[in-house]
Design a protein around this ligand. Sequence first.
Ligand SMILES: [Mg+2]
Length: 305
Amino acid sequence: MKTGYLIDMDGVIYRENQLIPGAADFVRALSASGTPFLFLTNNSAPTPQDLAVRLEHLGIAGLSARHFYTSAQNTADFLSETDPGCTAFVLGEGGLHTALHERRIANDAIQPRYVVVGEGASTTEKLGRAHECIERGARLLATNPDNWCPVSSEKTRPGAGATAAYLEASTGRRAYYLGKPNGYMFHRARRKLVEITLSEPEQVIMIGDTMETDIRGAVEAGMQSFLVLSGSTQLEVVGDYVYQPTRVLQSVGDLTDEVMTGRESDRRDSPVFTQGSSQLPRSGQRHQTDVLALHKPRPRPAMTK
Ligand SMILES: [Mg+2]
């Protein structure tokens, strides 16, 4: 069966400027076997070219802008498809400005149709301007719902979801969130995967490390989803979620042989589980209020919704 992969980056390919062991071989196997793949990220700050350069510095060469799809591109696609010729006041970085420019969406700080919030630090002055634009009728849109993003294992920074929440509070208007887990991100990414490979994979699998974005979005878009434990999610919390991944893997390195041989493993579990089935989340213990879950610290919400 011809399989295509949508692959999250942070926590799947690298973490804190370090490649995850096995990730480079996995990407090489994808290229060598002609397997369709596309990197999918909620980070709207970098351009696809920036991401290709970043991976090259980390040791994965031979990628170009067409191998990436960001939430900034997803937002620009959404606006150009639903409201061609619209204008926007933008709070964001180069990746978002470039994506909107490529879709001919003009910057407008006077009477924009939309206020678009992306990743990156903003100033009080720009937030004030965005607030005024929304009060005058501009619609509020965010590239992704992440409230915070990891900087290192010890450190996080506020994400686009937090900036959008600020404007939701000040204006009383609700934002619309593109990026994962919005189904529009997954449908558009699947379409791009077909366009760049000039073939229709029989199945598309999302690989990610975050339950709320990667796995939830894939489930809602009707795709298979593989959770890797090399990033933000620990095995013991997986059972807390209503939606579940198709497979749980230690890292993308677990898939390299399958990609090279083209033979899908007949096991739906992972080598992770052979280390002791006692680690498996048992069904019936999935609810947050279950007694056994009470010892767990309640995590900060990754998204506003
Ligand atoms: Mg991730």
